[in-house]
Design a protein around this ligand. Structure first.
Ligand code: AHM
Ligand code: MG
Length: 351
């Protein structure tokens, strides 16, 4: 009898999601289906991002989103595609997107479902025109209000501890989808020739010792004391005997966080004079990435405490972010506590 040499099994994202569902005999399959739909949206967006130049769809549209930023055409495409794939399935009761001020209602002629889908369709979109990685972020909650009917703002404004699942997709040198349903973090790489996401990074754990820190140094003069001292500590400027961490920052949160998940490190977007609450948004950027980070053994803080415990007050609210290896993030909190930080203090007063 012939036998093949041992090799790791080939696992598609569909099979993996189904296997995870198998750990929950009570599961109805709705979440599984919703995750399939997300993976399909990711493939469609990946197809457009990789042929953006060829299709001549680079460049900005003339419309602005709710933050006054000019929308890129791919933002519009990604936003539309995610909505269209999920507005008629009966699995989602309401959606919300970075690109829309208001909640996205399921059309009247379709049945609203059990889950709440919040997304940032194309994060880091200033990178599109320079061919650097961008990504999509998804957060999934259960509906809080009674089962039948449309989701409301209470369904969208839940803490990160209530997340059922979170995922991001990174469109880089290859496209990867990384997701968690609360049972570890799993990464899949898209094989474009067969259109399948294949398991490439099972059970991601943030490695230690960490290698990188990621922050926009251009804002240094506007940081408060605690953050300033913390970054000096990361650079080992206080102790020539200690090795500094290497610095990497691309200005695309998913790319920066993804690198740190795989190599170990800390990503920070602290509050400063010009960004008193930081820049990143709680519900569709910080919460889902904090959930994934925690599932990978890391920690995410707003400089004061756990981001996952924050109760959102507004769909588009901003939050300071420190995320990565637990010891690095706790060290940031300690520097801020010990040395004070006027911008973190100002943020914390309205927390
Ligand atoms: P966006 O949602 O408008 O794309 O902005 C979010 C992005 C993040 O991906 C990234 O970490 C940050 O903006 C970079 O901002 P800055 O250029 O101020 O460093
Ligand atoms: Mg964004």
């Amino acid at each position: 009898m012939t036998s093949f040499p041992p090799e790791p099994p080939l696992i598609t994202i569909e099979r993996h999601i189904l296997q995870q569902q198998g750990h929950h005999p009570e599961a109805t399959g709705r979440l599984t289906q919703l995750l399939y739909d997300i993976a399909l949206a990711a493939k469609l967006i990946a197809r457009e991002t990789t042929r953006a130049g060829i299709a001549n769809i680079l460049g900005a549209t003339t419309s602005e989103n709710v933050h006054g930023e000019t929308q890129q055409k791919l933002d519009v495409f990604a936003d539309r595609v995610i909505f269209r794939l999920n507005d008629h399935t009966g699995r989602v009761s309401v959606m919300a997107s970075e690109e829309h001020d208001e909640l996205l209602r399921i059309p009247e002629h379709h049945k609203p479902g059990y889950y709440v889908l919040i997304y940032d369709p194309l994060d880091g979109s200033s990178n599109i025109d320079v061919n650097a990685p961008v990504g999509t972020i998804f957060a999934i909650h259960r509906k809080r209000t009674p089962e039948d009917g449309h989701g409301t703002v209470q369904d969208v404004l839940q803490t990160g501890t209530e997340l059922v699942a979170a995922a991001y997709v990174i469109y880089g040198s290859s496209t990867m989808m990384v997701y968690s349903t609360g049972e570890g973090v799993h990464g899949f790489t898209l094989d474009p020739s067969i259109g399948e996401f294949l398991l490439s990074h099972p059970n991601i754990r943030i490695p230690s010792p960490p290698q990188y820190y990621s922050v926009n140094h251009a804002y240094q003069r506007d940081w408060g004391e605690g953050v300033r001292r913390y970054v000096r500590w990361l650079q080992a400027l206080d102790d020539p005997q200690r090795e500094p961490l290497s610095h990497r920052y691309i200005g695309s949160m998913i790319a920066d966080v993804h690198r740190n998940l795989l190599r170990g490190g800390v990503f920070l977007y602290p509050p400063d004079r010009k960004h008193p609450h930081g820049k990143l948004r709680l519900t569709y950027e910080a919460q889902p990435l904090a959930f994934l980070c925690a599932q990978a053994g890391g920690y995410a803080s707003d400089g004061v405490g756990d981001i996952l415990k924050l109760q959102p007050r507004d769909l588009h609210q901003r939050v300071p972010v420190f995320m990565g290896n637990r010891e690095l993030v706790e060290r940031a909190e300690a520097f801020i506590r010990e040395h004070g930080d006027e911008w973190v203090a100002q943020y914390a007063a309205q927390r």
